[in-house]
Design a protein around this ligand. Structure first.
Ligand code: HEM
Length: 203
């Protein structure tokens, strides 16, 4: 009985050592996987930074030259739609340098201030500013069709008008700000007649 005692003592004395060995191993493995995650994380950050920096250096844009409405930060800001009367919209025709330039297509109002050289004072397309000149977009009558009156237009012309609306909606610098409420068109009033200068050329 006495001779078995040391063996028992040995067993109890080795037991804590075994536990401590395995917990050390566990700790080492946890450390290993943590450092692997942090290396992967840091690597990803570096890759992202390199991606955007080289894009900026090579293309002058952060998105490798790709531009659409999603690359326009203004489209990411939730904003309340502004409602304009025709008179209110007219104030934003580019004649006041301190105001933004707005134009409307089929009731939708867009901020086109970034296209000042087209829509601002003296610009080639300044007749579109401060109003809803939808009809002229598809007839090319830039003097007599500066109206939202779409009566008598063909299906193709209406489709073309929708394409113009998409042009402004999806633009990388223009963005929608609201809607214009039009006065109702008298159904008995004459439809704007075709114009002789419907060349569709810039005025
Ligand atoms: C119904 C016919 C047309 C409409 C509605 C129209 C409309 C427009 C609009 C809205 C812009 C400004 C684009 C922007 O904001 O980035 C533009 C630009 C331009 N358009 Fe037209 N356009 C028409 C016909 C033409 C024609 C026939 C020509 C050529 C003779 C032309 C030449 C140009 C040029 C060169 C630009 C670039 C800007 C500039 O140099 O002022 N367009 N057009």
């Amino acid at each position: 009985m006495a001779s078995s005692m040391p063996i028992q003592r040995k067993k109890t004395s080795t037991s804590p050592t075994i536990i401590s060995n395995s917990s050390n191993k566990d700790r080492k493995e946890t450390k290993k996987s943590t450092s692997l995650i942090s290396v992967l994380f840091q690597g990803t950050i570096v890759l992202i930074v390199v991606f955007f920096l080289s894009s900026y250096l090579l293309t002058d844009t952060w998105t490798w030259g790709y531009k659409n409405k999603y690359t326009n930060w203004r489209n990411w800001i939730p904003r309340k739609e502004m409602i304009f009367s025709e008179e209110e919209l007219a104030r934003y025709d580019g004649s006041d340098e301190n105001l933004p330039i707005y134009l409307a297509i089929n009731g939708e109002v867009f901020d086109v201030t970034k296209g000042k050289h087209y829509y601002g004072k003296g610009g080639g397309y300044s007749f579109f500013s401060g109003k809803d000149a939808s009809r002229s977009y598809v007839t090319g009558c830039f003097e007599t069709h500066l109206t939202h009156d779409l009566r008598g237009l063909t299906r193709e012309q209406l489709k073309e008008l929708e394409n113009w609306a998409s042009f402004y909606r999806d633009h990388h610098t223009y963005y929608k700000v609201g809607r214009v409420i039009h006065k109702p068109i008298d159904p008995n009033s004459p439809i704007p007649p075709p114009c002789n200068d419907a060349t569709g050329k810039k005025s």
